[in-house]
Design a binder for this molecule. Structure first.
Ligand SMILES: C[S@@+](CC[C@H](N)C(=O)[O-])C[C@H]1O[C@@H](n2cnc3c(N)ncnc32)[C@H](O)[C@@H]1O
Length: 245
């Protein structure tokens, strides 16, 4: 896992540049808040919180408290700096696969966390820690790499991310990619299979789960046109996932 510390410590502020240029970001945000629903009076654990984008938005939308966790101390430094005036928000540096118990939460959010699990075992470790952090009936709201994506069909450059290469590993693919920024920012992630995800979810003890197809906001369909989103819809690299304890 140390690999990821180094990668995101090096990315730092460039992540904000990447998401502000990527048309897929609005789809992630739209789909995430649709899956999350009403966050009023809820306690939320935001995993792989990065520079705190979703953590701050959840406080703005009425969450009682948000605890953000990220493996990169550089990303947490940015999150703290960007959240100085935001109440009821705290941040910690941990690897989710190894994190201590931080309390019991109504919701756990994890936007682009599970795609850093390099094997079924790591995915199970993350999901067990998430399960242990949820109150009975609590939900995990995740967004991750879509197991059904096939690089041979199309790349995702026009949406903000280029997959440079991928290598088959047990249970999925190990992928080298870069954010479409100037200069490009390289990173590494994993696309584990649907079978591996679903077995890991059950092994971690979740009672129900549901895959959620990313939802392009109507204003982006209107602005960019249907043809622009054709590849995104036929061979999407990302997917939502909701798991209930
Ligand atoms: C693409 S960024 C997403 C940040 C944030 N969720 C967002 O969408 O704005 C991925 C984040 O995952 C973090 N990360 C990767 N592996 C992790 C792990 N094992 N535990 C905690 N954070 C991790 C990285 O440091 C990075 O900040």
């Amino acid at each position: 896992m140390n690999n990821y510390v180094a990668i995101y410590d090096g990315i730092g502020e460039k992540f904000d540049q990447a998401i502000s240029k990527a048309s897929e970001r609005e789809v992630e945000v739209n789909t995430f808040f649709h899956m999350l629903g009403d966050v009023n009076n809820k306690r939320v654990l935001d995993l792989a919180c990065g520079h705190g984008f979703f953590a701050r938005q959840m406080i703005e939308r009425g969450a009682d408290e948000v605890v953000g966790v990220d493996i990169s101390s550089e990303m947490i430094k940015l999150a703290i700096n960007d959240s100085l005036d935001v109440p009821n928000l705290q941040y910690h540096v941990h690897d989710v696969a190894l994190m201590p118990h931080l309390g019991s939460f109504d919701l756990v959010s994890a936007v682009w966390l599970l795609c850093y699990a390099d094997s079924e075992e790591t995915l199970v470790q993350m999901l067990v820690n998430i399960h242990n952090s949820l109150l009975p009936g609590g939900r995990l709201i995740a967004y991750t790499s879509n197991p059904d994506f096939r690089l041979g069909i199309c790349n995702f450059t026009r949406y903000g991310l280029t997959i440079l290469s991928e290598e088959p590993i047990e249970g999925g693919f190990s992928c080298d990619a870069q954010f479409v920024t100037e200069p490009p920012v390289p990173f590494h992630f994993y696309r584990l299979s649907r079978e591996v995800y679903e077995r890991a979810i059950r092994r971690a003890g979740f009672s129900h789960f549901e895959w959620v197809v990313p939802m392009i906001p109507q204003k982006h369909l209107d602005e960019f046109g249907e043809a622009y989103w054709y590849d995104f819809q036929r061979n999407c690299d990302q997917v939502g996932l909701v798991c209930q304890k």
